[in-house]
Design a binder for this molecule. Sequence first.
Ligand SMILES: Nc1ncnc2c1ncn2[C@@H]1O[C@H](COP(=O)(O)OP(=O)(O)OP(=O)(O)O)[C@@H](O)[C@H]1O
Ligand SMILES: [Mg+2]
Length: 338
Amino acid sequence: MNKDDVMNVLSTIKYPGYSKSITDFKVVKDVEINGNTVDLLLNLGTADDKKRKIIYDEIREKLGEKGLEVKISTVQEKGTTVEQKHYVSSAKKRIAILSAKGGVGKSTFAVSLAIAMSKMGKKVGLFDADVHGPDVPRMLGLQKPARADKEKNLILPNEREGIYSMSLGYVVDPETPVIWKGAMVSKAIVELLQFTAWPEMDYFIVDLPPGTGDAALSINQNMDLDGAIIVTTPNSLAIMDAARATSYYNQLGTKVIGFVENSGYFVCDECGEKSYPFGNTEPIAIETQLKVPCLGVLPFEPKVEEAADDGNLFSALDTEFFKVMASIAEKIESELSN
Ligand SMILES: Nc1ncnc2c1ncn2[C@@H]1O[C@H](COP(=O)(O)OP(=O)(O)OP(=O)(O)O)[C@@H](O)[C@H]1O
Ligand SMILES: [Mg+2]
């Protein structure tokens, strides 16, 4: 039996109390086969020992029938003990955009990816998990407060060109400074996720604040992420930090799909010459350090910066930046459909 065969068997096991399977809920984080032994890494945050036992027993029984001996460990034993939640299950795929460093272009990338995917005909959700400095409303040109569905007691996401977004910037007055401490950051994120009337979506993209702090952990614990994408600039310090962010996500049991090199080069408008103002590390060297594939190299493009600031990234669709974005969106799609 290979990994796919094992996953197929596991996909027949229902999560206790649900009609979906443990693989639908992304409980299975890793499968390693050595001869007749299979090592499974599960993300099982449930505090209910009975549920845990039902799952373990069924796994052992079903894989035992195939002649395999099963060893099970959990992500929780390796660190976190909080119960995993499954918010935003109305999206087919959920992706987090992260970086170790601030200002490398995560929000620009997250919003542009949403645009590129919506141009591919996908229905996209975009969640701004940066409660300290929500940038999604400005970049989408949607600085209007979110409306409420009073009957259902839910907030409605703002919509533009097939992109459904939610941000703290839609619910609090942007002029009011708010001081958020760790626990409050998580609470604000969970409430925004939970009380938004999310439609059915193909992709749900989360724009995280920089680093591996409360917001990143909270997103991990409250939805089943299908993958994470690291954004980095091509200078060696940023890359070292990106490697740390990658291993943090791996430890949490979330697959890092790959990285994107932002501002990888600049093409002079007048002479057409290519230069490397933000560093010139080859993607292959970054791949070696991060041990995940490069999904694309985005140029530094002043028109993109201007468009992002003016809340009209849609007006930059004719740039090379968006050509590369389209190919990145396709790579992500093919990676996640496997
Ligand atoms: N490829 C690019 N070409 C031109 N400008 C860019 C590019 N990528 C990002 N920028 C600009 O760089 C600035 C920082 O980008 P952005 O806000 O997306 O970074 P961030 O990683 O989300 O920052 P933070 O860590 O503060 O959330 C913005 O003004 C943005 O418009
Ligand atoms: Mg940002």
